[in-house]
Structures are given as C-alpha cells and as structure tokens.
Design a protein around this ligand. Structure first.
Ligand code: FES
Ligand SMILES: [Fe+2]
Length: 447
C-alpha cells in the first residue's frame, strides 16, 4: 500500500490530522480465527458454546463459528450433531436435510449421516455394491462433538485426538442460582469484545450512569496473571463508609466473569457475591462474534426480577440492544464502544497506557500460546486450574471501612484489595461450598 504524502506516525503536533491519516493494521495473530490461522488453531483446542439448546427446533440450523459454516441439529433420538455444511457427495447444504432417528439425511440424494459423520445409508446405490461399501468404509462427513450443559450447546472444533475434558467451573453449580442462557451478538472482531473484561477503567466512564453511582468511581486498579491462562482486573473503590472490591476475570481463551450488575453498588456489605454472567466470547468469523452466557440470578447473583430478556441485555451491554441512534449517542453501552472501533480495530494505531495493562497482558499471552502451538506445543487447559471443579474468582466484596482523616485512603484501598485477593486465592485448596464458606469467613475478618 502506498502511504499518502505527509503521513508521519511520529508527528503529534497540534492540528496533526494531515500526518495521522496513515492506515493502521489489525494484529493478525489476535484477530484471524479461521481454519489454519494460528489463533484459529489455538481457539480450536477448547470447548465453546455455539447455540442455545432451547432455540434449536426440529429443523437443522445453519450456524457459523470460527469462520466455518456448520449445520447444527438434534436427531429424533435427541442426540446433537454439528457437521460441515456441505454434503460430501455433491455438496448440497445439510441445512435442508432431515433429522432422522439416527443422524441427518441429505435432501438431494438421501445419504444418511450419523452425528460423528459416519455414512449410514446411500439409498441410490445398490446395497453391498462396491461403491456403497467404499463410501461407508472410507469416507465421513466432517463432524464435531457437541454437549449440552444447562441449556447451552458446546462444541469442540479441534482435532479429535486432542479433545480436552469439558471444564466445569464452580459457578456452574452454585446451589439455588438460576442460570438463564442468553446470546448477544456483536458486529466486530472477538478481541474488541474480550478486551473489556480486563479493562476495569472503562467501567467508571462507560457504565457510571447505567448501574449505580458506585460504578462511576475509578478507585484503585490492579491486575493479576495466574496459572498461564487466568487474568484478573480488580477495581477497589470507596463508597462512603465502605470499600468495594470488584474482580473481573478472564480464563483463556474466552471465558469471562465479573461481579453483579444490579445487586452491588458498594453501599451494602457483601462477601464474595458472584458474577451477573458466566460468559464466553465466541468468534463467528473475523468480523462478528457472539457472547454466549448464562445470566445468574438468586442470592449470590443478581435479583430474580432482572431474569428477563431486557435484564440480560443490560447485564451484557449496560444498555438495551434495540435502541435508536440518538439513544445510543446519549447513553452508549459496551456494544457502541466496541463496534464503533470498526469490524476489526487497527491495533497498530492504538496508544496503550498503564490502565491497559490487563489488555496487554492477556493479548501477549494469547500470541505466545498461538506461537507455541505452531511449534507443536498444545496450550494449557482450564482443567489444569484445579482437580474436578475449577475455582473462579469473578466476584464482589464490600467491606465496612471508614475513611480516616490523615491517612492515605488510596493506600488503604490497595491494602484491602491485596487482603481480599489473598483470601480468595487461599480458598483454592477447597471445593464448592467448603471453599465459599472459608473465603467468606476470611473476608469477614478484613476491616
Ligand atoms: S448431495 Fe447429498 S446426497 Fe447427494
Ligand atoms: Fe462494559
């Protein structure tokens, strides 16, 4: 590409517009997710949610994940299948296929495929003929394993021989938590959406008017990188006589949690309240992604009255999705912030500062893991983070602590943050209710 005359990346003089019109480039290692790309390969080593089970009817559904067009279906015996779009015979689309007791039948010449891609029947060929036998023994339709968990359908798109264990996180099994699946589409690259979870600074500016006044305080920001694939961004804020520690969490490649959306404003004491959402940011292709999640409701999550489609949109994006342009301008949410960057942001033109440390940390690690995989080293799995159920940290804790005249309150906040995080980390040795109990007991001793 020929750069225009006058373009100068280093010229930031007043009124430097003329010099800043050079075209930046997205980071290809982070943004390209199709088959065969380094990041696409990395993402293909993990389970991802790909659809909401309750929205899959009797007909097959054409979906796109990681740049692949795929057909999702449930056969009449209730088994889920996820297969390549095109029939391997003469390429008809299986979205027009028919779900049978066992597998899916192509509409064109009636070939029948099992959920693992095995060819079960070629009705146009004489039975036991050489060609029928050859097809059945040598050829399979491209297929991926699917499993349902609490109303979300998860798939693994990597090599079958490397299928990882399906990870079970602690927040999948909190007693009495009502978990409602939702899907939120974004018309932009997945990295733009993922960035926000390790960016506690944006909350104070983008969300200050959407949830509560407490969100509008920047507070003390801290970042943590643990166990190779876990990243945390904490914001510790003073809310009158309380100190509120909010923990945002990312487990690579794309699992995210935070604190509550409505149930915490820092005004009431709370110990280890859990995330409003348990969520994955899944690339559709390089220009679109979908956040698949459960909204979490109950005593440890958000109030049941927000268990509505609108409530979940607000939890996900800070605002309702379907709004006029004027409404969006007046009160932008996450979707406006990240889609406004364009379909794929020009990372080369970003100017990162200390508040972006979390973003830099996790992007660097993704790129490192992509390169290692290119050299043949499989990436770490969430299952490496714990035996059995995997502990997670996304949470809110609000501790009573009056501001004292003559003390450096920022230092007090940093000290409380460190003690809260140490207490949460110390719970790793335990599981489930015992872990929660121990963390809450420890948090109550901090003041
Ligand atoms: S194209 Fe599918 S059976 Fe012929
Ligand atoms: Fe946000």
């Amino acid at each position: 590409m020929t750069e225009i005359q006058g373009a100068d990346r280093t010229n930031f003089d007043a009124f430097c517009g003329y010099h800043q019109t050079w075209a930046g480039q997205p980071d290809p290692l982070l943004t390209r997710t199709g088959p065969g790309t380094p990041c696409g390969e990395f993402l293909r080593r993990y389970w991802h949610p790909v659809f909401i089970a309750g929205e899959l009817g009797d007909q097959p559904k054409l979906i796109k994940i990681l740049g692949e067009e795929l057909v999702l279906f449930r056969d009449r015996s209730g088994r889920y299948g996820l297969v390549h779009k095109h029939c391997p015979h003469r390429r008809a689309s299986l979205e027009y296929g028919r779900c049978e007791n066992r597998g899916i039948r192509c509409c064109y010449h009636g070939w029948l495929f099992d959920i693992d891609g095995t060819v079960l029947d070629l009705p146009g060929e004489p039975e036991n003929s050489r060609s029928a036998t050859n097809v059945k023994s040598k050829m399979r339709l491209g297929a991926y394993p699917v499993r349902e968990y609490r109303g979300l359908l998860f798939a693994y798109l990597g090599p079958a021989s490397e299928t990882p264990e399906f990870p079970i996180y602690d927040t999948f099994e909190i007693p009495e938590m009502v978990m409602t699946p939702y899907a939120a589409p974004f018309e932009c690259n997945w990295i733009q959406v993922l960035d926000a979870i390790v960016d506690p600074v944006h909350t104070a500016f983008l969300h200050h008017s959407q949830f509560s006044d407490g969100f509008g305080v920047l507070g003390e920001i801290e970042f943590y990188h643990r166990d190779r694939i876990r990243f945390l961004g904490t914001a510790t804020r003073r809310v009158r006589d309380n100190v509120w520690v909010r923990v945002n969490e990312l487990i690579l490649p794309n699992f995210t949690q935070s604190g509550a959306a409505f149930a915490t404003d820092g005004s009431r004491v709370k110990y280890f309240g859990r995330s409003a959402f348990t969520r994955w940011v899944v690339p559709v292709d390089d220009h679109r992604c979908i956040a698949y999640a459960w909204g979490n409701f109950g005593d440890r999550g958000d109030p049941m009255e927000w268990n509505t489609p609108e409530g979940m949109q607000i939890i996900e994006q800070g605002e309702l999705i379907d709004r006029t342009y004027e409404e969006k301008q007046a009160s932008p949410g996450d979707v406006e912030a990240v889609e406004g960057m364009g379909r794929i942001s020009d990372h080369e033109k970003e100017y990162l500062v200390s508040g972006d440390r979390g973003v830099v940390m996790y992007r660097t690690q993704i790129k490192k893991l992509c390169r290692s995989l290119q050299r043949g080293k499989p990436p770490p799995q969430p299952g490496d983070l714990g035996e059995g159920v995997i502990p997670t940290y996304g949470s809110d804790t609000v501790i009573r602590c009056q501001e004292e005249a003559g003390t450096d309150d920022a230092e007090v906040l940093r000290d409380i943050n460190a003690r809260v995080m140490d207490t949460i980390f110390a719970g790793d040795a335990l599981d489930g209710a015992a872990r929660d109990h121990e963390i809450i007991r420890g948090l109550k001793t901090i003041a």
